[in-house]
Design a protein around this ligand. Structure first.
Ligand SMILES: *Cc1c(COP(=O)(O)O)cnc(C)c1O
Length: 395
């Protein structure tokens, strides 16, 4: 039986997949089972931040596997402590909780926000409403699906978790209206600085400022979901840095450990001790192998000058695309790039790129690039050449 036949026989059909079986990867090139190679502009949906099998990362992960692979959270490990210390130092946050995915990082943020208000205002206040944005994406668990402000996700799995209210992105009047409607009941506002799955749309500075302004006045926590935008993706370690704001909580996941599962919820002084003993946990959270991979990622991304190269490469790609006659618009920040077309469908372009040896992603009606942060200009040129060729093809 072929690999694809085994999938169809034994794996639930929840994904739409391309008919390609990936076998190996090196740097920014993936190879399928037939030996065909692909330039990687998707990095496993933003996870392989250092590309495939980066040497420093491989050494860190392999050496950890051979030392101690897991201990449970009944004990301490040095590798987890070192990772947490570096990440707090880099972000200015006080403490973190470890999960294994973006959804888990956001679940933790939701719990922190609700318990913060519970502890401070009491059960009877029912201060548990979380405002999220229309067109957001926060994950696939029931709570994070409920938080996700896209109607297409609110199907089949009723009943959803209560207490999420959506505000239109960049609509300050709507924000004020919902805050008034739920006065005294809102414990947090949660948002992506650049909506990823929603179409690579950066929030407007004014709107972000308005969120922080309102939240500060009413002791409402700000939760920034940087699962996709974080860890250098946008050219700063956190995308929120470019907006001059310091959310009470930031969640990270995708690129944080270089392609192995991790998710963290970072909290500031105000709410970092809310989750007291026994109130939250995870069997695999803080796994030493993932932390070792994470340490290699942090060491690379935080090295002097590295983040500037990300911003520069993002700008380079943006410039190459913006004047193309088929390109209607380019959006995003740094190496998180969305492209809309005048006549072509992003899904068709994505498939044609694959056929021609370039891995790209889509987000809603846009093509999306999330290349490894270590991609070279030569590889960018090669990848864009493939895209240009695809754009010139007649239907
Ligand atoms: C991918 C993503 C998630 C979900 O992460 P998982 O690891 O798939 O659970 C949540 N929020 C944002 C912004 C994401 O891009």
């Amino acid at each position: 039986m072929s690999t694809i036949e085994k999938f169809n026989e034994h794996i639930m059909p929840s994904y739409g997949r391309f008919d390609v079986v990936m076998e190996s990867g090196e740097a920014r090139t993936a190879t399928d089972e037939n030996g065909k190679t692909y330039i990687d502009f998707g990095s496993g949906i933003g996870t392989n931040s250092l590309g495939f099998c980066n040497e420093k990362w491989v050494d860190a992960v392999c050496s950890q596997v051979k030392t101690i692979q897991h201990t449970s959270n009944y004990y301490y490990t040095k590798v987890q402590a070192d990772f947490a210390a570096t990440l707090c130092e880099a972000t200015g946050y006080s403490k973190m909780f470890f999960g294994n995915s973006g959804a888990e990082a956001n679940e933790c943020a939701i719990k922190v926000a609700r318990k913060y208000s519970f502890d401070k205002y009491g059960k009877d206040a029912q201060r548990n409403v979380i405002i999220t944005l229309v067109n957001s994406f926060h994950g696939r668990t029931l709570a994070t699906l409920s938080a996700t402000g896209q109607e297409v996700f609110h199907n089949y799995f009723f009943p959803f978790v209560e207490g999420f209210v959506n505000v239109k992105a960049n609509d300050i009047a709507d924000l004020d209206e919902k805050l008034a409607q739920y006065k005294g009941r809102v414990c947090a506002v949660m948002f992506e600085i650049v909506q990823g799955e929603g179409g690579v749309i950066a929030l407007e500075q004014e709107f972000v400022k308005a969120i922080f302004d309102r939240c500060e006045k009413e002791d409402i926590l700000t939760i920034c979901d940087e699962v996709q935008t974080g860890v250098g993706r946008t050219g700063t370690f956190l995308a929120s840095e470019q907006y001059g704001v310091k959310p009470d909580i930031t969640t990270l996941a995708k690129g944080l450990a270089g392609g192995i599962p991790i998710g963290v919820c970072l909290a500031n002084e105000k709410c970092c001790d809310v989750l007291t003993k026994g109130t939250h946990g995870s069997t695999f959270g803080g796994n030493p192998i993932c932390c070792a991979g994470g340490n290699a990622v942090l060491e690379t991304v935080l090295a002097d000058g590295f983040l500037d190269t990300v911003a520069q490469k993002g700008y380079y790609i943006w410039q190459k695309l913006i004047d193309h006659p088929e390109v209607a618009g380019v959006s995003g920040l740094g190496l998180m790039i969305g492209i809309s077309f005048k006549t072509k469908k992003a899904a068709d372009v994505c498939k044609a790129c694959l056929d021609n040896g370039l891995l790209v992603l889509t987000a809603k009606e846009k093509l999306r690039f999330l290349p490894p942060l270590t991609i070279t200009y030569e590889e960018i040129d090669k990848g864009l050449e493939i895209l240009m060729k695809v754009l010139e093809e007649k239907e």
